[in-house]
Design a protein around this ligand. Sequence first.
Ligand code: ADE
Length: 419
Amino acid sequence: MDYDIRDIDLATGGRHRIDWANQEMAVLKSIHDEFEASKPLQGIRIGATMHVTTETANLMRALQAGGADIVISASNPLSTQDDVAASLVAHNEIPVFAIKGEDSETYYNHINAVLDHKPHIIMDDGADLCSVLHKERQDQIPQMIGGTEETTTGVIRLRAMAADGALKFPVIAANDAMTKHLFDNRYGTGQSTMDGIIRATNYLIAGRTVVVAGYGWCSRGIAMRASGLGGNVIVTEVDPLKALEAVMDGFRVMPMEKAAPIGDIFVTATGDINVVDKQHFEIMKDGALVANSGHFDVEINIPSLAAMSIDGARRVRPFVDQYALRDGRKINVLGEGRLINLAAAEGHPAAVMDMSFAGQALAATYLIDNRANLENTVYVVPEEVDQRIASLKLQSMGIAIDVLTDQQAAYLNSWEHGS
Ligand code: ADE
């Protein structure tokens, strides 16, 4: 079996951590058991480009139990957990192409190794796999059943492809399930981003001014958790509705230009480029921390900061690069501007990835079951799948809910009753 990982001897530790995460993934576990019995993925080759974490390992094990033949590469050069990669190879015979800290060339070689496997279904986190397949490996498109996409940034890219008529197979936006973005994007990103910043710096958040760029699902979670840790949160936005929501949620809202000289910690999660830019670095406080939790490392303009600095980055702690500026100030960039929650911490907790990855697993079977009827576009996760995941999650938490009486159901379906 071909693979490219850091060190196969890390496998035992990885296995323990995968099993630990599995205890928190009851919904995925029930799908795993169902897949094991009914083998809905028998004969299907799945190529995944996702963060190689303990949670993803449990998704891979569920897909394998369903009969799929799988190969995986990393969806970010810094997010791989090398012990998990080793365990998937050693204990599950899944070819893994992922090494934490891999350079860009290796990253794309790894994506191509996944495509060498000739997948019928691709699972993406950021749409790099889908993009390479469409740009460089079109000969493989006829064998494709479809794809799934895990994250907001990937869905935006795929919708742009679909609008251009460039998308050549159906994709399910696993991100667009309620059971994904309400929980994973908000509570997962909120907690894991603060976890990453704290692990990287050991800073106290209480009393600090935390500037959160964006107020989508992910940044809402970051603002909420930064505030919960005692931070004074400022939100920056370009969308008036989201900005208004941030105001009503109790946060100060202002342009980045105004927030830059006030903030102690800056966190971006907008999906856009140069959100923290040269003009902001010019007016930031000495010692400011700048981190990103958006999918790509484009949100902080690190090249401009490097150009402003005396001699580029000095690594002062793992995941902290300090830039000394000519006026004497120092600015600290965390995790090289890559997803701080996966670079310096372990990504979202298993309890939320449970729902996201249940959605991924069911999206794969949905593609197979509906392959005759799907068009080359981006689909949201069907509502019944969302309802099923939410019900299973509640059940796993021991929480029961009410059921409509016949009278209540009939009332909701009637229009005759008024005041
Ligand atoms: N994205 C964010 N957190 C993650 C995790 N723990 N595993 C896989 N993908 C993730």
